[in-house]
Design a protein around this ligand. Sequence first.
Ligand SMILES: Cc1cc2nc3c(=O)[nH]c(=O)nc-3n(C[C@H](O)[C@H](O)[C@H](O)COP(=O)(O)OP(=O)(O)OC[C@H]3O[C@@H](n4cnc5c(N)ncnc54)[C@H](O)[C@@H]3O)c2cc1C
Length: 375
Amino acid sequence: MACVSTALIIGGSIAGLSTAIALSRVGVSCDVVELAEAPGGASIALSGRATQALDELGVYDACAAGSTVFLPGSTVVDQMDAAGNLISEGPKRPLLPGVKDAIGVYRPVFLATLQEAAQQLGAKVYRGVTARSTDERDDGVFVTMTDGRQARYDMVVGADGIGSRTRTRLFPDAPTPAYSGQYSLRWMMSGPRIDGEGWYIGPAGRLGFYHLPGGLTYIPAVIDMPERVHLTDEDVYSLFARLLDSYTAPAVVEMRRRLTRDADLIGRPFEWILLPVPWHRGRTILVGDAAHATTAHMGMGGGMALEDAVVLAQCVSDAPTLDAAFGTFMERRHSRVATVVETSVELSRLEQAGAPTSENVGLLSKAFQALGQPY
Ligand SMILES: Cc1cc2nc3c(=O)[nH]c(=O)nc-3n(C[C@H](O)[C@H](O)[C@H](O)COP(=O)(O)OP(=O)(O)OC[C@H]3O[C@@H](n4cnc5c(N)ncnc54)[C@H](O)[C@@H]3O)c2cc1C
């Protein structure tokens, strides 16, 4: 039996909804508050043990049904030069016996699947709502919501992402996210498939693509920018257009032909944070990007959030007290997520330094090997 009966989860994205599923499955009654009225974002690839976590949450099949499944030997990690010539077959992901295939999934579809699963298990999800005030006492955390509702919880989970207000409330002196020197540009492109999935590496920046169900293609790109600046929609379009213009690879030339000013583009700085231990105080703990956000160079941040959810529920289920559960959670999670954050930031640095591709591939392969170990 779990050492707590009720939990409030602040943030209803990957970490929050998967924590709601995991805790509900061990008998904890969960409320989730999420500021966004509806899930948004581009695509996400879930690989390594992230798919094992989805399986343990009981949602892998539902998620895979709306996804692109990357079979072993998939070419989405191959690396090409600006003209489209193959440079390397990409970092080798270790084959993990018994672990399901990696998937690529449109985030709104993925989050809708997680939300439905959480609600089926009895969790309540309040959108457009957050915690206005929290008062922690010996017998629980008393919370007033922005919709006026008041409730008492045995534990609170801060899953409110890189800009976490829960983190600031718990640890006012915690470091703030650091800028990596690179921006992420993403495009959800509609239309017929283009051949040549993989990553393209040119002097103006990198970009990749893979196809999703429903006639969508996900095109993530990375460019160097020494300063963190505010980008308007027009800036994001211009940066994307300039990047595509610097390539002669046929796939990228075709993307450029299709790029229009009303394309579904997102531009944001790559920032990261690795909160020093512990990530908990009193009855509240942080999970996902609220505790450990990273650049997307490994594509594992979301996977770490899923693993956090599974491990937190195991700890809460097995430990006699919440303190003991949080202690075990930290022991099991810290070094694993540190590998992801530190490797990702180093990969970003190597790209900016113009290091040979083989250095990045070597570092990535080593980290994938380490993360192939059970969580
Ligand atoms: C460009 C890019 C590409 C990426 N690609 C991948 C990938 O392919 N694979 C992968 O595994 N990872 C990837 N990641 C990382 C991944 O997106 C994150 O690690 C993941 O989204 C973290 O989930 P989270 O729930 O912790 O945080 P978030 O997804 O940031 O969600 C936080 C949620 O909290 C809500 N919120 C914020 N404040 C409050 C509040 N006060 N009250 C209530 N709700 C609040 C927000 O609205 C949001 O819904 C990528 C990241 C980036 C930037």
